[in-house]
Design a protein around this ligand. Structure first.
Ligand code: GLY
Length: 316
C-alpha cells in the first residue's frame, strides 16, 4: 500500500494576515507525517506527529494559539483513533499541557478508558511525565485580543466561523492501517468546561481499517448533532467516494442543523478528500511524493515533497 497523509488546519474564515502561516503550517505538518510513513512508520505515529506540529504552531487553534474560554484560559480537546482495532483515546477541557494529542495517545495506550477530562486529564498527563506549561504560555496576542473583543461585544455564535483553526490528520500506512487525530482549543469565549466535538469519538474523528479515517472541523455542537465523522464513513460504506461522502455529510449538517464545517477523509484504498462548507479550510496532503495544499474552494497547489522537504530540513 502506498502511504498517504492528509491534514487540515481548521475550517472557517481565515483572516488575510493568517493565510500564509496557515498554508505553510499544514504543509509542514503533512510533510512531517509523510516522512514517518515513508520510513515505514505507522499511521498512528504519523497523525500524532502531524497534529503535534500544528499544536506547536501559533497560527492554529490548538495547543499554543488556542482560543480562550470565558475566563480567559486555554482549555483544549483532542482525540486519536487506530483503525486497526478501533482503539481510541481522548482528553477534554485539559489545561497547561503543550500537546494534548500526545496525552490522548497515552489515554488510549496506557489506560482502560477512552476519555479523560479536565483535572483528571491533567493529572494523568503529569503522571505520564508531561511538563506543566503555565497557562499564559499557550496564549497568543491574537487569541487574547479576540477574547477581549468578544467580552466587549454580545457573543455571537456565528463568530465560530471566523479565524478558527482546529487541526487534524488522517493517514494510511504501508501496511494498510488507517488512523485519525484531531486537536482544538474549541470555541472562543466558550463556557468553562464546554467540551466540543473534537474529544467525542465519531464526531471529531473516526478510523476503521474496513472503511477509512476522517477528522472534522467546524461548529462543534452541530458536528455532534450529526456525528459527522462516522456519518462520512457510513456514506463510504454505502459505496460513495470519500469526496461524495464528505459532501453529503456536510450538506446534511448544513440543512438539518444549520452547521458549517470541514472534513478530511482517507479510504482504506488510499483515496482521499478535503472538503468544507465554510469559506476556507487550510489543508495539505502528500501521496506519491506529491505535496498538495489549498485554502480556498477549488484551490490545489502542487510541489514535489522532496523539493518542499529540502526547504524545511527539520521535517526530513
Ligand atoms: N470543532 C471544534 C469545536 O467546536 O470545539
Amino acid at each position: 500500500m502506498k502511504p498517504v497523509i492528509v491534514v487540515h488546519g481548521g475550517a472557517g474564515s481565515i483572516f488575510k494576515e493568517r493565510e500564509e502561516g496557515s498554508r505553510s503550517g499544514v504543509r509542514k505538518a503533512a510533510l512531517k507525517g509523510y516522512s514517518i510513513l515513508k520510513r515505514g512508520g505507522n499511521a498512528l505515529d504519523a497523525v500524532e506527529e502531524a497534529v503535534a506540529v500544528m499544536e506547536d504552531d501559533p497560527h492554529f487553534n490548538a495547543g499554543w494559539g488556542s482560543v480562550l474560554n470565558e475566563k480567559g484560559e486555554v482549555e483544549m480537546d483532542a482525540i486519536i483513533m487506530d483503525g486497526k482495532n478501533l482503539a481510541s483515546g481522548a482528553v477534554s477541557a485539559v489545561k497547561c499541557i503543550a500537546n494534548p494529542i500526545k496525552v490522548a495517545r497515552l489515554v488510549m495506550e496506557k489506560t482502560d478508558h477512552m476519555l479523560l477530562t479536565d483535572q483528571g486529564a491533567f493529572a494523568f498527563a503529569r503522571a505520564m511525565g508531561f511538563p506543566e506549561v503555565p497557562g499564559e504560555k499557550l496564549i497568543t496576542e491574537r487569541s487574547l485580543n479576540r477574547w477581549k473583543q468578544n467580552l466587549e461585544a454580545d457573543w455571537n455564535p456565528q463568530e465560530f466561523q471566523k479565524d478558527l483553526g482546529t487541526v487534524g490528520a488522517v493517514a494510511i500506512d504501508c501496511a494498510g492501517n488507517v488512523a485519525c487525530a484531531t486537536s482544538t482549543g474549541g470555541l472562543t469565549n466558550k463556557l468553562i468546561g464546554r467540551v466540543g466535538d473534537t474529544a467525542c469519538i465519531g464526531s471529531g474523528g473516526y478510523a476503521d481499517n474496513n472503511v477509512g479515517a476522517t477528522s472534522t472541523t467546524g461548529h462543534g455542537e452541530s458536528i455532534m448533532k450529526v456525528v459527522l465523522a462516522r456519518l462520512v464513513l457510513y456514506h463510504m460504506e454505502q459505496g460513495k467516494s470519500p469526496e461524495a461522502a464528505a459532501d453529503i455529510a456536510l450538506d446534511y449538517m448544513k440543512t438539518r442543523v444549520g452547521g458549517l464545517g470541514g472534513i478530511i477523509v482517507i479510504s482504506c484504498s488510499g483515496d482521499w478528500a478535503a472538503r468544507f462548507s465554510t469559506k476556507q479550510m487550510a489543508w495539505a496532503t502528500v501521496k506519491d511524493d506529491l505535496l498538495q495544499c489549498g485554502v480556498y474552494p477549488g484551490e490545489r497547489d502542487e510541489q514535489s515533497a522532496g523539493e518542499a522537504l529540502s526547504t524545511m530540513g527539520s521535517y526530513a
